[in-house]
Design a binder for this molecule. Structure first.
Ligand SMILES: [Zn+2]
Length: 489
């Protein structure tokens, strides 16, 4: 199975994990994609002839057309520019059907079609299909000290990212006001250049499946905040919400380190704790209420410190960014320098000196680029790096050992192909991957661990914007014609 075919399968399997705010605008055709996880994320293409003959219940020509449009658009969305010939091979549809489907997607503004660069080809060239440039989603990520708003194009391309710094931890109504003001400032651009299909919210907290209610966001001090509904009323656009780490897992699995991987675990370390997301057989694991993947609150230290969740010794109480910053002499305001400074304090990276140089060079270019380029597989080191600062070494060792316990449990539970580390957890693994791998290998059940690779998050600061936008794109990807008609954009 080639990469494109693999993506066709994964596209078909990926369900919309976002929870839509209770519909009040009616712009998405009255469907509630967020509540139908596992059924609307695109279905495998169906040959119209076969479907007509079968004549089975609910499988009429409209269903066939919708499913096939969904399959083709999903493939173009996750793969990027792809030839008609590849689409034909990957979907199993015949050439004329693919041509008609692409034509409809072009007329909806969802894809573009162009002549290929023929200089390197032999024989008749196949037209190249690419994600449309007009279709966009807004992405919103409220955090402790800022609200970040992104404009993301179909195909996962971040067109714009605006970070609005706040003087204090924002309340939910303040987030709505900030987003409204930023979107108002972009309105001319949005109306003249783009068709906005919706808004995706990445929330650092528990987000209820079904209506997007923020059940609890402890670091923001929020409880039972209907943020998605409030934002939907303010913007008059469909709004979908999910946990930030879950959204990050989705982004990494579709466009980042987990491209082509159907089973992965994503762990992200941020200022406010550790979040996790699990993608299993291509779909985000949501659980009954949408709260699955809370790996930051798995027990790693039975004599650990109390956690805000009511337990003690959780992963996020034992593995924290603050002690690392302190040991490096960095104030929180310079947290973006953590990785570069941490790496500079460690030496003896053995066979991965080139990767070090790349990280350093990119760190100088900016934290976003550094995070993106620091995609070094943790298994590539030949000798363990170390530091001459014993206090720093002991903090790193202790954090890695606690992280290894959580990784071991997650690996035993989910048998992933890939473990993706983001945020400061990725920085930790950059200097202590050997220790992490040894600790997990020593303790994990023999079946799961040998197949799991560890890698760094590869989408950098764009990760949450891309993942949040994916929530808003889901209805379009599931029913391209129906959703665009309902949106009338
Ligand atoms: Zn906890």
């Amino acid at each position: 199975m080639d990469d494109v075919q693999q993506r066709a399968r994964r596209t078909a399997a990926t369900a919309n994990p976002g929870a839509r705010a209770t519909a009040s605008t009616g712009q998405a055709g009255g469907t509630m994609p967020g509540t139908t996880t596992g059924t609307t994320g695109g279905t495998p293409p169906v040959q119209s002839g076969a479907a007509t003959r079968a004549g089975s219940r609910g499988n009429n020509l409209d269903d066939v057309r919708r499913n096939n449009l969904s399959a083709v658009l999903g493939l173009v969305h996750t793969t990027g520019p792809v030839s008609r010939a590849q689409l034909t091979a990957s979907t199993g549809l015949n050439r004329s059907t693919v041509g008609a489907l692409v034509g409809e997607l072009v007329s909806l503004g969802l894809v573009t079609e162009r002549e290929p660069d023929t200089t390197k080809q032999v024989g008749r060239p196949s037209l190249v299909i690419a994600p449309g440039q007009r279709t966009v989603a807004l992405a919103v990520n409220p955090e402790l000290d800022a609200v970040t708003i992104g404009l993301v194009g179909l195909g996962g391309q971040v067109l714009k990212r605006i970070r609005y710094d706040t003087l204090h931890v924002p309340t939910a109504p303040e987030v709505v006001n900030i987003v409204s003001a930023v979107v108002a400032g972009m309105r001319d651009e949005l109306e003249s250049n783009y068709a906005t299909v919706g808004v995706g919210l990445a929330v650092p907290g528990l987000v209820r499946a079904g209506d997007g209610l923020v059940k609890l966001a402890p670091h923001l001090g929020w409880q039972n905040e209907p943020l998605a509904e409030m934002l939907q009323d303010a913007l008059r656009l469909p709004v979908f919400a999910a946990n930030d780490a879950a959204v990050g897992a989705l982004a990494e699995s579709l466009f980042g380190a987990g491209r082509g991987v159907s089973d992965l675990i994503y762990l992200n370390g941020g200022a406010s704790g550790i979040g996790g997301g699990v993608v299993s057989r291509g779909a985000l694991l949501t659980g009954e209420s949408g709260y699955a993947g809370e790996l930051g609150h798995t027990l790693v230290n039975s004599v650990g410190v109390p956690c805000h969740c009511g337990s003690t010794g959780c992963l996020e109480t034992e593995v924290r960014r603050a002690p690392l910053l302190e040991a490096l002499g960095l104030p929180a305001s310079r947290a973006e320098e953590l990785e570069a400074v941490l790496i500079s304090r460690f030496s003896g990276r053995g066979g991965d000196a080139d990767a070090d140089a790349r990280v350093d060079a990119d760190a100088a270019a900016g934290p976003a680029e550094a995070a993106t380029a620091a995609e070094t597989t943790a298994s590539s080191t030949a000798s363990a790096p170390h530091t001459t600062d014993p206090a720093l070494q002991s903090i790193v060792d202790a954090q890695i050992d606690f992280l290894a316990i959580a990784v071991r449990n997650a690996v035993n539970l989910c048998n992933p192909e890939l473990l993706v580390l983001g945020g400061f957890l990725g920085s930790l693994s950059a200097v202590a991957s050997d220790r992490l791998e040894r600790a997990v290998a020593r303790t994990a059940a023999p079946g799961g661990w040998p197949v799991t690779r560890i890698s760094r998050s590869s989408l950098g600061v764009d990760r949450l914007m891309i993942g949040a936008a994916e929530l808003a794109f889901a209805p379009v990807l599931s029913d391209p014609a129906g959703t665009m008609a309902a949106l009338a954009v």
